[in-house]
Design a protein around this ligand. Structure first.
Ligand SMILES: Nc1nc2c(c(=O)[nH]1)N[C@H]1C(S)=C(S)[C@@H](COP(=O)(O)OP(=O)(O)OC[C@H]3O[C@@H](n4cnc5c(=O)[nH]c(N)nc54)[C@H](O)[C@@H]3O)O[C@H]1N2
Ligand SMILES: Nc1nc2c(c(=O)[nH]1)N[C@H]1C(S)=C(S)[C@@H](COP(=O)(O)OP(=O)(O)OC[C@H]3O[C@@H](n4cnc5c(=O)[nH]c(N)nc54)[C@H](O)[C@@H]3O)O[C@H]1N2
Ligand code: SF4
Ligand SMILES: [Mo]
Length: 748
């Protein structure tokens, strides 16, 4: 057995791993103690990584759709030439902006997406999106309002926080910060610290909490508004911090002065006394860190709730300090194209492009129309929108309406089935790989993982796929590749000078940079490491834009940083910050936080006349997509990874509802929403409150049985969701708040 340094790819934390490998199999998985943030920590999920690496549905040849709808295997030269020709034809007929790019990375692989930028540039494609635009963009937008730029993203410091607050987040299962279970247990055990959880479910995290505010599903805006009002009424705010570091408190406090706190707590379904206890605890603490996630980000009033959640820590001065919230550095951007930002809005509906991304819920609207600027073609890379975005039926119809679709993936996904061409990628353990989920403070880390295996026969790493596409599109013609290659032979410093001068002479050099680097930097890199070339470029930008922090981490410049990254497969701390850096990163002109978000005031004021939505014809609220120990987005398609205990993903339901509906644990039921219906198996559990039912994510995927026929296990959540149910500001979906009804299916 050989030992290899790598990382887990099953959630955004990317814990460092030491893999025991035999032939092409992963046979042993241990935590890597040298990894700068995970330090040897692991949850149970990576033990099954071999199911990702050696799944039966791995793609092994480029596929081309035949006129009868079936696929045939073609060789790579044919596939690249034909894909390039088809994309170029769309660009010629309708403009490059009509080619839409979706994806670019899932939980472990963002390096391929970096190369995808060059393919977009070669085509003139400007509009992009990815999964962030169905979860995080509302929060990004609020960050932009408060801190001056949507890239001023904050991170919590639960390790040192006296009070940890989770809003619609179950880190015991979903993580979201390093070593989550260790940190949660430490807070829970320490009588001097408190864990506060806002969740309609008694989640694993809520079960550990000192205070669990068991909100009614969708009731967060009322609850959070009442909490802010309590801070203001009872004068529990940090006046010194507010005076020195913020603006508009005078405009903000009247919005909460007359707020009917008792009524709002009642609407949120939470005992007012308990809410008051939580607010007092937050106000009295030396430090508070907060993390919101899908429970609010995919529910009604999501963007409003993000604002209110941030007011809780800002009004109590828990910003730019140890144990509080800080603005972290970035190794690279996770957002979309700057070109799209300049264009203003999405081409058909004019929807706001937060972080440069088209809101996922409007993608079908931007296709299924006769508007002249509609999208005509789509490149999907490392994303499965048919399965993961709202309303799978509509997304399928949208893909079928396009002139051309190409998908780059490792497995035969639901989205691949709608493609004209499918290009098989090498897996994340078969190539150089990295993620840009580098969201830590004061020590932020980046890991460049070397390949563990050779690419599976027939597959290519994305870097090579994009280099071939750009070449076939003529994108590299008349560029000074030979002189850049010669400079690379003299080392990184000589190359840096040559690259800057080439960029000064031809604007294409910057926009095609990832592929140009890939094609020319090899001589300065270890053998077989061409695909790390884009990281060299990113390291330069990172070291320039965050010079002081990179220097504090011990790196003189981008080349020193890049060499350390190459030499340290367990990962490198690339920035070291002090808390003053949070103020330096704040992008408001006066370096003060703006407390008021004018565009959300009407929605805030409107709460007084409304209640959390409940429909008479659909009396239940369905959370479609709960994170469990048995889910990892869609990275495991083979249900066998969940082991013998697998129930295919039961619908969780409260004992009271089960009794009322005549259901027992393990029984079958028909679950119906305005958009679809599915047969489910129920799990009766007092985790759930009456009126609330919950289905896991990552189910309903098709996987070939040993004899080859496709088998679907569990319910695909987005067969049940609709695109219109979305946030008015960010367009993010309400997956946690799907109107539903349930009927028992008699046994037998
Ligand atoms: N095991 C596992 N971990 C994962 C993933 C995975 O698939 N499996 N996926 C990763 C990804 S991509 C993400 S984005 C994160 C998501 O991580 P989380 O957001 O933590 O995951 P969820 O379980 O979807 O939702 C969190 C909680 O929201 C609660 N909730 C539902 N409705 C409401 C509501 O109206 N209000 C409030 N306050 N809470 C509500 C649910 O009961 C649930 O406990 O997880 C990451 N980690
Ligand atoms: N109803 C409902 N829908 C949801 C959610 C929910 O809670 N409820 N959760 C949402 C959230 S938060 C997220 S983040 C999304 C996630 O949804 P997606 O981003 O669509 O799915 P992932 O499973 O993260 O993986 C994306 C694809 O990457 C492929 N892949 C893996 N490795 C590689 C590689 O090396 N190269 C290439 N090219 N491809 C690779 C996988 O096969 C998979 O098809 O789902 C969202 N959808
Ligand atoms: S699933 Fe997330 S927390 Fe668990 S080992 Fe993998 S990266 Fe770490
Ligand atoms: Mo996500």
């Amino acid at each position: 057995m050989e030992s290899k340094t790598s990382a887990c790819i099953l959630c955004s934390i990317n814990c460092g791993l030491t893999l025991g490998v035999e032939g092409r199999r992963i046979v042993k998985v241990r935590g890597d103690r040298s990894h700068p943030t995970s330090k040897g920590y692991l949850c149970e999920k990576p033990q099954a990584l071999d199911h990702y690496q050696n799944g039966r549905d791995r793609l092994t040849a480029p596929l081309r759709r035949r006129p009868d709808g079936s696929f045939e295997a073609v060789d790579w030269d044919t596939a690249i030439a034909e894909v390039a020709t088809r994309l170029a034809a769309v660009a010629d007929a309708h403009g490059g902006a009509s080619i839409f790019y979706y994806g670019g990375g899932a939980q472990g692989n963002h390096l391929g997406g970096a190369y995808g930028r060059a393919t977009r540039a070669a085509l003139g494609a400007q509009f992009t999106s990815n999964a962030l635009a169905q979860e995080k963009t509302g929060e990004f937008w609020v960050d932009g309002q408060l801190y001056g730029r949507s890239r001023c993203h904050t991170c919590p410091d639960f390790e040192h926080a006296e009070v940890a607050l989770f809003v619609g987040k179950n880190p015991w299962q979903s993580h979201g910060f390093p070593r989550a279970r260790t940190v949660l247990k430490a807070i829970s055990k320490d009588p001097a610290r408190s864990l506060i959880v806002i969740d309609p479910r008694r989640s694993e995290t809520a079960a550990l909490a000192d205070i669990h505010l068991q909100v009614r599903p969708g009731g967060d805006a009322w609850l959070l508004a009442a909490m802010v009002a309590m801070l203001v009424h009872d004068d529990l705010v940090d006046h010194a911090f507010i005076a020195e570091h913020t603006r508009d408190f005078e405009g903000l406090s009247p919005e909460f002065a007359d707020l009917p706190i008792a009524r709002y707590c009642a609407r949120a379904g939470v005992d007012e006394g308990l809410v008051r206890r939580a607010v007092r605890r937050i106000a009295a603490a030396e430090s508070v860190s907060v993390l919101e996630d899908l429970g609010v980000q995919q529910a009604p009033h999501s963007t409003l709730s993000s604002w209110l959640e941030k007011l809780l820590y800002l009004l109590t001065g828990n910003f730019a300090k140890r144990g509080g919230m800080n603005i972290h550095s970035n190794f690279a951007s996770l957002g979309g194209g700057d070109g799209a930002r300049r264009l203003g809005g999405s081409p058909v509906g004019g929807h706001r492009l937060i972080g440069g991304l088209v809101p996922c819920n409007v993608i079908p609207d931007e296709i299924l129309t006769d508007h002249p600027d509609r999208f005509r073609a789509m490149i999907v890379e490392s994303g499965n929108p048919v399965h993961s975005l709202a309303d799978s039926k509509r997304m399928r119809a949208a893909l079928r309406a396009l002139d051309f679709v190409v998908v780059i993936d490792v497995a035969m996904t639901e989205t691949c089935h709608e493609a004209d061409y499918v290009l098989p990628a090498a897996s994340q353990y078969e190539k150089w790989e990295a993620t840009f989920f580098n969201l830590e403070f004061p020590h932020n880390a980046f890991q460049l993982r070397p390949p563990v295996f050779e690419p599976l026969l027939g597959t290519l790493p994305e870097a090579e796929i994009h280099a071939r596409l750009v070449r076939a599109l003529g994108g590299l013609e008349s560029l000074p590749l030979a002189s850049l290659r010669a400079a690379a032979a003299q080392g990184l410093d000589a190359y840096a000078m040559a690259f800057m001068s080439a960029a000064g002479m031809d604007r294409r050099v910057m926009s095609l940079a990832p592929v140009i680097l890939y094609e020319t930097l090899a001589a300065a890199l270890p053998a077989g490491a061409e695909a790390t070339a884009a990281v060299w470029g990113l390291a330069q930008t990172c070291a320039m834009q965050q010079a002081a922090s990179v220097r504090r981490a011990g790196f003189r410049d981008g080349n020193a940083l890049f060499r350390a990254i190459l030499d340290t497969p367990s990962g490198v701390v690339f920035t070291v910050d002090d808390h003053a850096e949070t103020w330096a990163r704040l992008a408001t002109p006066d370096k003060r936080v703006r407390l008021v978000v004018p565009e959300l005031l009407d929605e805030l004021r409107g709460l007084v006349d409304t209640e959390p939505v409940r429909r008479r014809d659909f009396p239940l609220v369905l959370s479609a997509g709960e994170r469990r120990s048995s889910t990892a987005n869609t990275l495991y398609r083979d249900p066998a990874w969940r082991g013998a205990k697998d129930d295919g993903g039961a619908l969780r339901i409260s004992p009271a509802d089960a009794t009322a509906l005549g259901l027992t644990d393990g029984g079958a039921a028909q679950l119906t929403t305005p958009r679809g219906s599915a047969r489910v198996v129920v799990e009766v559990t007092d985790m759930m409150q009456p009126g609330h039912v919950s289905l896991p994510n990552g189910q309903g995927l098709s996987y070939p049985s040993a004899s080859g026929e496709a088998v679907v296990t569990g319910v695909a959540p987005n067969e049940l969701t609709s695109t219109e149910d979305r946030d008015p500001v960010a367009g993010t979906p309400w997956h946690k708040h799907v109107p539903a009804r349930l009927e028992a299916i008699p046994r037998g």
